[in-house]
Design a protein around this ligand. Structure first.
Ligand code: SF4
Length: 443
């Protein structure tokens, strides 16, 4: 039996293909492969940089679907199904919107794969795939499965090993699909299994792709203590409230954490309240204390902002970029507020009649990457799109790159840090221009 695991690309540029040069290992597919019975032949096809051999004999195609890749995922499914190959789809988008995915697949998988994947493979082997599998969210790789990292070889992924310690987040930001999916629960993996996974791969630079590694501080401290003797460098995603906890910050730094993706979202308190961004709200004073703590512990922060809240104006968006630049964040993402399906934000825009693209921007043939998909309060959708693109360009222009680099406590802390800064800052700058305005899907 042969199973093909597929990671779809987002789409293409107007007149050419798009190859994501900042692509990371698809951990989900590596773990699925690791949980597949050993007598099954597994292939991993990454649509971001290689052609999928649709005509190769295959018994099951399993496609992981995010909202941004849904249109392309459905195109891939159609190719396989036209050749009589059964298709199963899973991933966050499928769990949030199964009624859409069932139109494009023979089977949909809702929830986390750990408890039911072996059954899916067995059912496919017998030709009795169920139309729907529903598994609870839970601990990553709960039976000790390790990702099949051999399947990543030769695919040009960034030189960092992706792994996962915890899933979910205790907060409930209104735009976030994570809190919706995990219903604010947080699931933590056994430390000894994480350490075994680190030992069984050969890199010293790790990316814990946890939704919020700081959701449970005690668990995070336990991980940090265990990582200290491993002598690794690591990054993750962490909510801003962790900066108020000196002991955890010290342990993160001692264990090799060089920085995190952190959601600042907005610099206006009214928008923070609109977004229900509770980790950022208590004692809000324009993030002075938080930014100082990040610098004190040498964190090379990737600050994530969301633009387009009802209190946002053109001027507030420019002020957000100036705030990010002034604080010399290593990287920053200026994301347009996106109504992901079945989030509170999506429901709000539905109630207020503010969706564009029929409320399904991820499938609409006219939608373009990084464009506003709703009607903002104080701007037109085009003005919001333009303002966001403008701040991205400004934050990443050569003068800004030099200005951000000149921080001895973060980017210039060591030769390694300086090298990492220039490598990724130039890569992200290039990708930013390539991706803007891309079409979704390849057809
Ligand atoms: S803190 Fe981050 S992961 Fe948690 S709900 Fe908010 S946006 Fe989502």
């Amino acid at each position: 039996m042969k199973v093909a695991l597929i990671k779809p690309t987002i789409g293409r540029r107007e007149h050419s293909l798009y190859v994501d040069e900042g692509r990371m290992e698809p951990l989900t597919l590596g773990v699925l492969a690791g949980m597949t019975p050993p007598d099954v032949d597994v292939a991993l096809y990454d649509d971001r940089m290689e052609s999928i051999p649709f005509d190769e004999p295959t018994d099951l195609a399993a496609i992981t679907v995010e909202t941004y890749t849904a249109r392309r995922a459905y195109e891939i499914a159609a190719e396989y199904r036209a050749r009589g190959v059964p298709v199963i789809m899973g991933g966050m988008h499928v769990s949030l919107l199964p009624e859409e995915a069932v139109e494009h697949a023979d089977s949909v998988f809702l929830g986390d794969a750990e408890t039911l994947w072996a059954q899916v493979v067995e059912d496919a082997r017998r030709g009795r795939l169920l139309p729907r599998y529903q598994a609870p969210p839970g601990v990553a790789q709960s039976h000790g499965a390790l990702p099949r990292r051999d399947l990543y070889k030769g695919k040009g992924y960034l030189p960092m090993s992706l792994m996962q310690y915890s899933r979910g987040c205790r907060f409930a930001c209104s735009f976030c699909a994570v809190s919706q999916y995990f219903e604010r629960d947080h699931y933590v993996r056994r430390i000894d299994e994480v350490l075994r996974e680190i030992e069984e791969q050969d890199r010293k630079f790790l990316f814990f792709i946890d939704d919020n590694i700081a959701s449970d501080r005690l668990a995070l401290r336990e991980l940090c203590r265990a990582l200290i003797p491993m002598k690794v460098r690591w990054i993750s995603q962490a909510s801003l409230d962790v900066t108020k906890d000196d002991e955890t910050m010290r342990l993160m730094s001692d264990s090799g954490c060089i920085g995190n993706v952190t959601g600042f979202e907005t610099i206006t308190p009214e928008s923070l309240r609109d977004a229900k961004k509770s980790p950022n709200i208590p004692g809000f004073s324009n993030y002075k204390r938080e930014v100082e703590a990040l610098r004190q512990y040498g964190m090379q922060t990737w600050a994530a902002f969301t633009l387009g809240y009802d209190h946002d104006t053109y001027d507030s968006i420019m002020a957000t970029m100036e705030f990010a630049l002034r604080n010399r964040f290593t990287f920053a993402a200026f994301n347009i507020l996106m109504p992901y399906p079945n989030t509170p934000l999506y429901k709000k825009f539905s109630d207020e009649g503010r969706h564009l693209y029929g409320g399904k921007w991820w499938l609409h043939p006219e939608y373009r990457f990084n464009n506003a998909a709703f009607v903002p309060k104080n701007m037109t959708p085009d003005e919001l799109t333009e303002a966001c693109h403008r701040v991205r360009k400004k934050f990443n222009d050569p003068i800004s790159l030099l200005y951000r680099f000149a921080d001895v406590r973060t980017n210039m802390r060591s030769l390694w840090r300086a090298g990492a800064y220039w490598k990724y800052a130039t890569l992200f700058r290039k990708e930013l221009h390539k991706k803007h305005g891309m079409r979704f899907g390849l057809k």
